[in-house]
Design a protein. Sequence first.
Length: 155
Amino acid sequence: MLYQDLAQTITNIFGELVSTISIVLVIFAAISLLVSSIMIGIITYVSVIERTKEIGILRAIGARKKDISRLFNAETIIIGVTAGSLGVLITYGLSFPINSLLIQFVDTVDFDLVILRADHAIYLILISTFLTLISGLIPSRIAAKKDPVEALRVE
């Protein structure tokens, strides 16, 4: 009876510890996503600043504000798909050595613990694309609102 109570107590303590560590990791991941989204927005804004003359030329030859906005949105989508795909490929590649290390060091494990399912990989790529699109919306609107005459004056 005493053995059973201690086992349950230890199990509860480890369960709470794992829950706490999971919450901390989720918070770190959320902060990382927020910072990366801000950085993508800044990079897109710098791209808008550097390409002001190009925007002016496009507007002067008849491109609408919507076309300019779509140009920068398409660029951020390409960045998101590329980054998400690269992240999924790296994760998939690292799963093999991680699994072999876990099998080697933990005697009770005789199966793969690190598995990247195909549907999860697709979700990750879609989330990456969505986040980069959202972070590029403000710079693309700034680019679309540029006056063509003013944009052509910039050196």
